[in-house]
Design a protein. Sequence first.
Length: 364
Amino acid sequence: MNTCRKIENLCLFYKVRYIVLTTTVIVYTHTIGFSQNKLKENIKSNEMKHQEASAVDYKQLKEGKNRVYFMSQGYKLAGDLYLPEEFDSQQKYPTVIYTRVGTQVKEQTGATYGSKLSAKGYAFFVFDPQNFGDSEGEIRNYESIHNMVPNTTDAISFLRTLKFVDRDRFYGLGACAGAPYICNVAIGDARIKAVATLVGNFDAAASLFGAYPKEVLDKMLQTAAEAKQRYYETGEYETAPIFGGMPLPPPENASKAMKDGYEYYFLRAGQDKCPNYSPYYPTVGLPVDPSRVFMNQAKFFTTPFLVIAGSEAFTHDMDKKVYDMAAGEKEWMVIEGASHMDLYDVDKYLDPALDKVDHFFKKY
């Protein structure tokens, strides 16, 4: 009798165990299936968003400036594509991707360089990185190499889908902060056949700590520390003037770089001419990203490299140092009499520089 009861209990135990295990497997399988289906839906949704954002109507393209969009880091980014005279989408054109000066929008140096290089026969592309201008992004005007590098890589991928882009004649150009940006991309991306830089600010940490008076910089650092914590806790952030609250125009004891910056960003290419530009930065960061450096990487840089410096530019010495360190084919040019900002838009300095860029790119 006891033996029969034990057998019955044992059978009941295994039956319950089977039901529990079966139910668990069904629930687990259903959960996995649901997650996979959801993942597939998200991927499909992202693909559709990507295709929609990156669609280009070739019939609408014309010589001069054309607005196009592409996706990067989940954001829709806006760019201006400058095309040569008598543009024909059935032909192939040498193409330049330009990484703009830090904190700028595409309508500033990008418009100047784009007009001049497209007149030489290039398809030229400049874009607003995430957080800037007409591009999406949550912390407006937040400058970071950690955004610019993937944004630039995605811009290259987008450009190379366009049927008129010559993939074998694809070049990178950067000015000021854009110089280390394009070099940090090109050092690991063989799709870029040659790189040229103008007044490259290859050591942002040195520039940041050298441009601002100590008392102003100390205040910036303290403000940034408090702002980072506040943003993490509340999602809110504040802005401050890029010129660090210094009186404008800058006082006599301000650095030449600060004075030149004021002349360009307030007198020649400020908000009155480029409404999307903002002379303010979010205080969760700094007006210059100190992690934007290419000094250590330069000794490994083997992409054909043209470095153009201004004889009076505060970036001259770091340009020469990067040039000396670069490991591949390279050329050096100094524009006599030119300050840093002179090579942004002053024709008598900029035109010979871009003539040299054109001559250099044609070799590759």
